[in-house]
Write a protein that binds this ligand. Structure first.
Ligand code: ACO
Length: 278
């Protein structure tokens, strides 16, 4: 029987121990992205972004899929029937939350539990880190139904993969598993499905110990400098650190003090104790 979800039920989330676990929640449709889901995801990102009890956001999927890409019926066929206005509106709803996620205030982790296709590469790339089950399946399946990988998917492939792998992936419409995705650089790491959540929790906990102002400055810097010349990057990084100092004047001084004066930790081996932050 077809389940008609309310817009609100297309995304689920819980917050626990500083981690927001956000789920694509249309398992019966393999979590493909409909206009309803895209609008709800933006609301959920809004709700969580500046909450004090959220330090890291994990994006995962309910059921057997992470996301089977765009909803071919609701995102493509039905919006095309509304003409250019409908098409552009649904594009901006989808691209809008991916962009929001790309520059999110908190570090983000994609936890890819299963299928990840096409449009799914948008939010995959938006997440700062990505971990997958070894048997998860990744594919640019656009070519299989007769379009090019749009919505940023080609850009994601060329940003993250070698030209040869990006070309093969886009032209052949063959899937790769989590292990190959890690070898190709599409994700950070693939682990057995049974240990995926534990591994992601472990990574999130490490991030939760870091200075949050430094985390935001660092994640933005990595994305920004990719498109800059060396000199522009050098200049940007000076200014970005000075801007970070404005919001967190004492954190780095405390970090130096605990190492040089107190000798309570070594920056080469872990983070300083932030309970001492002014
Ligand atoms: N768009 C619309 N409906 C979808 C999508 C999608 N992207 N993916 C799955 N569904 C629907 C199916 O139509 C089916 O609906 P129904 O129960 O009303 O018949 C339901 O979800 C379950 O899908 P199945 O195909 O039965 O699930 P199965 O587990 O056998 O296969 C798989 C999973 C391989 C992910 C398959 O659903 C599939 O190929 N989906 C399309 C993947 C794809 O190419 N996405 C588009 C990428 S291109 C882009 O995003 C721009």
């Amino acid at each position: 029987m077809t389940v008609e979800r309310t817009e609100e039920n297309t995304v689920a989330y819980t917050v626990e121990g500083g981690i927001a676990w956000v789920k694509f929640n249309r398992p019966e449709k393999r979590n493909c992205m409909s206009p309803k889901l895209n609008r709800q995801m933006m609301r959920v990102l809004d709700e969580l972004e500046y909450r004090d009890d959220v330090g890291v956001l994990v994006l995962t999927g309910e059921g057997s899929a992470w996301s089977a890409g765009m909803d071919l019926k609701e995102y493509f066929r039905e919006t095309e029937a509304e003409g250019l206005r409908g098409i552009r509106k649904s594009q901006s709803e989808a691209y809008g939350w991916w962009r929001r996620l790309r520059w999110y205030h908190k570090p983000t982790i994609a936890m890819v539990n299963g299928w990840c296709f096409g449009g799914g590469y948008g939010p995959l790339h938006s997440c700062d880190l990505a971990f997958a089950a070894e048997d998860a399946q990744f594919g640019l399946s656009e070519i299989n139904w007769g379009i090019l990988p749009g919505g940023g998917a080609t850009k994601v492939a060329t940003n993250l993969l070698s030209m040869r792998n990006a070309m093969y992936h886009a032209l052949m419409g063959e899937n790769i598993d989590g292990k190959t995705a890690a070898e190709w650089g599409l994700i950070n790491e693939a682990v057995p499905a049974a240990s995926l959540e534990a591994r992601v929790t472990e990574v999130a906990k490490v991030l939760l110990e870091k200075n949050p102002v430094a985390l935001k400055a660092t994640k933005d810097a990595v994305r920004r400098v990719m498109e800059m010349t060396y000199d522009n990057a050098e200049d940007y990084l000076i200014r970005a650190q000075e801007a970070a100092n404005f919001f967190d004047g004492e954190g780095r001084k405390e970090g130096i003090k605990q190492f040089i004066d107190d000798k309570t930790y070594k920056p080469g081996l872990g983070a300083y104790n932030r309970s001492g932050d002014a």
